[in-house]
Ligand binder design. Structure first.
Ligand code: CA
Length: 236
């Protein structure tokens, strides 16, 4: 996996124009494309118009506050979210992380370099769970699973697996790193379109269906191993 996650589209949600401009300057200097919005509703609109790779989110916003925005984004996407907080308020930070933010950065003292370092680290983590474009898992003859990232298709020894988007997301992530155990909350973040009621049980039920489909294709049911009390891992 490359150390530099490469350029990204970043959505900056910040109502202080000077700070927004400063963040945008630094992000652009690092090669990223930047869109700035000043309130939560504009952020939701911007997000649905253009699925950014990362959201940099101020907590204190007019209208829809940052925590509510974080919750609403998480209900529809697993995009990395980095929270900026002016107050050194542990309760706010914890609330943000519990709502699914990936990291938080204090605004005081404000260090653009730290922001850039965190952005890079979060992008790297997020991309480590994705395969590079056109990647296949394993080599022909050694691993029979083929995941076509761009075509949203997977096959087992040439037999197409008829997967739902959520099953594909789970398989793509698990199979990208055989032997790595993913926790249920991490896998839950991958699921989309299940609405806010999606729980860790939804992960279990998608995994169950995924196993059945792998089994029907001749893969055997134990390719996706349960790790009791933790989550799941793909066995190469
Ligand atoms: Ca603010």
């Amino acid at each position: 996996m490359p150390l530099d996650p490469g350029p990204a589209h970043v959505l900056v949600v910040e109502d202080e124009p000077k700070l927004a401009a400063l963040l945008a300057d630094y992000l652009r200097a690092a090669g990223h494309a930047v869109e700035c919005v000043a309130d939560g509703h504009a952020a939701l609109q911007a997000w649905s118009d253009r699925r950014h790779d990362l959201v940099l989110l101020d907590l204190m916003l007019p209208g829809l506050d940052g925590l509510s925005l974080c919750r609403q984004l998480r209900a529809q996407t697993s995009v990395p979210i980095v929270i900026l907080t002016a107050r050194d308020d542990e309760a706010d930070r914890l609330a943000g992380l519990e709502l699914g933010a990936d990291d938080y950065i204090p605004k005081t003292p404000f260090s653009p370099r730290e922001v850039m370092a965190r952005v890079k680290a979060v992008l790297r983590r997020s991309r480590a769970t994705q395969l590079p474009a056109d990647a296949t898992v394993g080599m022909a003859g050694t691993a029979p699973l083929l995941v076509d990232e761009q075509g949203w298709r997977a096959s087992w020894r040439g037999a197409a697996l008829d997967l739902t988007p959520n099953e594909f997301r789970l398989l793509r992530t698990l199979a990208a790193q055989p032997g790595r155990v993913y926790e249920r909350p991490q896998l839950l973040d991958l699921l989309q379109g299940d609405g806010r009621a999606a729980t860790e049980r939804a992960v279990d039920s998608h995994i169950k269906n995924l196993r059945r489909k792998l089994e029907q294709a001749g893969a055997g049911g134990e390719r996706i191993r349960s790790v009791y009390g933790v989550g799941y891992c793909y066995e190469a």
